[in-house]
Design a protein around this ligand. Sequence first.
Ligand code: SAH
Ligand code: SF4
Length: 351
Amino acid sequence: MAERNKHQSLIGMRLEELETYIEELGLEKFRAKQIFKWIYSKNVRDIDNLSDISKDARLKLQADPKALPIGSLNLITHQISKDGTEKFLFETKSGEKVESVLMKFEERDSVSACISSQIGCAVGCPFCATGTLGFKKNLSAAEIIEQVLFMQNISGERIDNIVYMGQGEPLSNYDNVVESIRMLRELVGIGVRHITVSTSGIVPRIDQLAKENLQINLALSLHDPTDEGRDFLVPINKKWPVLEVINSLNRYELITNRRVTIEYVMLEGVNDSFEKAKILGELVRNLHCNINLIPYNQTDVSDPFKRSPNSNIKKFKELLEKTSRNKTVTIRRERGHDINAACGQLANKHQ
Ligand code: SAH
Ligand code: SF4
């Protein structure tokens, strides 16, 4: 059975694949659409809860020794922060741990999911908890979208915004990430304009992404406007230096007509000087972009990196607005700090 060999779960199958699969188990083809609705619109995870499918048919879906479950992830822990942010730790079938975060923004009436694309990450940014783990594995498209469905199932919330800002470098797992974006759009019903991919700057993949016609938001983790500084903070810069990555954003913008976001984590004494604010402002002056300053989240007590003081971040922002000629510069609001769910804190201590 081809479908069984290719998949670990019903989540991730295309409708035609699910049709073939259930027909081979002795169910009528039209049931696939019903099952789809249960999985993607009602977040059902248990075959016994497919209540408009007869008991006999449900048994067929479970009895075959090679029958697949609806999802392949297991929930290990679920924590809720004082600010309502929820952190989930999942386990894949092969035993690796995956972290995902759900954030509620009441003022915007929006629920956002921060999802992981890899176990660990090969880029190795020295300030990032995931980076210090090294690369372990790519997640499949199914494992990526299942994080969203599972969080909806547990929290009872409807997610309408997705950021690929959990663990991993999404563009190093390009095919699965693009497939997962298509599935989020077509199966889960998330508007592509509400999906953001954050990258450390894999230039050939940024060029490839521009041609996918996806209309998603792209964010670049720049973190330093000089090659000397960025070689250290985002080591992939040695391969694709600052100017090359900025040029790729220019091409991206030209092809997609989408404004990109520049992310800049504020590290005291490392990249937060006013000189750097000026260089950064001039660097992005001709790029159609917003800039998001991220207050650094310390990963543990021995962390050599420190957060830039708020007064400094404010001054940096003002200088940047001036030198970039009025680009929109925002300061990211922190979420879920008390449960280590904030940006860059997904450490997989359990790995
Ligand atoms: N690998 C991708 C996406 C995941 S990280 C990327 O690097 O863009 C999402 C963002 O969080 C990146 O901008 C990353 O640099 C930032 N980040 C990592 N560790 C952080 C920390 N401890 N505090 C604040 N931001 C952090
Ligand atoms: Fe990887 Fe992003 Fe962390 Fe860098 S910041 S190590 S690219 S996850």
